[in-house]
Design a binder for this molecule. Structure first.
Ligand code: ADP
Ligand code: ASP
Ligand code: MG
Length: 399
């Protein structure tokens, strides 16, 4: 059989939340195949199935063993893959479902947030050649020790992009409940605008500060491997989505008189740390050894550590507090979030963060902290202030 161009489509939890939605996805992928594509479909767990599985494990013990949690959580995506394959076959097309390990996704041995180290999709290639639609359970792989691993929350995007790279796919389409990437989470900022396209460098900066519409490591992979990526809305044939070009930062300076943010973003679950530490070096060592956290911002002086951590992948917040607060005095707060203005060079000119701070002050919002990076200005605010702070900074995109 002559090689057909391959398309990877990834459907997230809300896109496959019910059997009706799964059947609609089945029709759509059958249609795509009939247009002449080899179709690989990556699926997430249905609706909130992953949270539900986590909740059940924690009913037994607050600290479930990481290996068993991975065994448990991987079943969410496996349920979807088999149900979707059943639905596709009902429509008269040929399909086969594969787990991450059957798809050749090999990871390191870090349970709960494993990293992909190689992708050997031989079985997928064989089945595509036989004319089948291949369904892959996202978010999981197998370690070189032959253990089931998961890729961290939101990790099905990673599966899709890694397969797009390994199969030299023409494009990778990520379907969710929004019509692409917006200038802020449209559920938080009602005036958020859809971005027709942006570069993977811009998207990576947004994702690293928490815009979970696309997974940060997946974007980084797409950037490195030059994969064309589309974020689209499922169950909406009119969705044009957002094209994420695999390239670097555009030169805004040539396009606009004043630097403006590209987007305002907030991470899903964060911890703000401000501690007096006897030895910053050993505190840094503790942070380095702590599982399931991502460092968004940090500053260290001779006796003080301040950091903003993304803790969405942390399975045991109490243990995290105990480890980071050990021998230190200060605050560890999880009832706060970042509100980050992302844009090229925003942090290079003091006038810009100063202007944003003044806008927050006008709304009576006093941030707990501020972090400045070359392409991102972050304010740490209380959960209750996130919407108002996001709105205030979002106004700078247009005005
Ligand atoms: P899925 O479960 O399909 O992977 P996610 O929940 O991970 O979908 O991502 C889609 C969600 O991302 C949207 O419902 C939206 O609330 C949120 N989101 C956050 N920031 C943005 C943004 N800048 N643009 C679009 N959506 C965003
Ligand atoms: N089901 C997993 C999660 O909820 C992975 C994913 O949806 O991408 O995080
Ligand atoms: Mg997601």
């Amino acid at each position: 059989m002559t090689q057909r161009p391959i398309i990877i489509q990834k459907y997230g939890g809300s896109s496959v939340a019910t059997l009706e939605k799964l059947e609609a996805v089945a029709q759509r992928v059958v249609q795509k195949q009939s247009e002449g594509f080899g179709v690989v479909v990556v699926v997430s767990a249905m609706g909130n199935a992953t949270d539900e599985l986590l909740r059940r494990a924690r009913q037994i013990t607050p600290e479930p063993p990481a290996r068993e949690l991975d065994m448990l959580l991987s079943t969410g995506e496996r349920t979807t893959m088999a149900l979707l394959s059943i639905a596709i076959q009902k429509h008269g097309a040929m399909s086969i479902s594969f787990t991450g390990s059957q798809s050749g996704i090999v990871t390191n041995d870090s349970h709960a947030h494993a990293r992909i180290i190689s992708v050997r999709p031989f079985r997928i290639q064989d089945e595509l050649e036989r004319g089948k639609i291949v369904i892959v359970a996202g978010f999981q792989g197998t370690s070189y020790k032959n253990e089931i691993t998961t890729l961290g929350r939101g990790g099905s995007d990673m599966t899709a992009i890694a397969l797009a790279g390994a199969l030299s796919a023409q494009a990778c389409e990520i379907y969710s409940d929004v019509d692409g990437v917006y200038s802020a989470d449209p559920k938080v900022v009602l005036s958020a605008q859809k971005l027709e396209q942006l570069s993977s460098a811009e998207m990576l900066e947004m994702a690293q500060h928490g815009a979970k519409v696309l997974h940060d490591e997946a974007i980084s992979y797409a950037h490195r491997h030059q994969i064309a990526l589309y974020a689209k809305k499922s169950h909406d044939p009119a969705s044009t989505g957002t094209f994420i070009r695999p390239d670097g930062w555009p030169d805004y300076a040539l396009q606009q008189a004043e630097l403006r943010p590209l987007a305002i973003v907030t991470a899903k679950k964060t911890m703000y740390v401000s501690l007096d530490v006897p030895s910053p070096a050993s505190w840094l060592g503790t942070l380095q050894k702590t599982d399931g956290i991502k460092l968004m911002d940090m500053s260290l002086s001779h006796s003080h550590a301040e950091a903003l951590l993304d803790i969405w992948n942390c399975t045991d917040e109490d243990a995290l507090r105990a480890a980071l607060g050990n021998g230190a005095s200060g605050i560890l707060r999880a009832d706060v979030k970042n509100v980050t203005a992302v844009g090229h060079d925003l942090g290079r000119f003091p006038a810009i963060p100063a202007k944003y701070q003044a806008l927050l002050a006008e709304k009576n919002i006093t941030p707990l902290a501020m972090f400045i990076q070359p392409n991102a200005v972050t304010f740490v605010v209380r959960d209750v202030d996130v919407a108002a702070a996001s709105d205030a900074l979002h106004a700078c995109i247009k005005n």
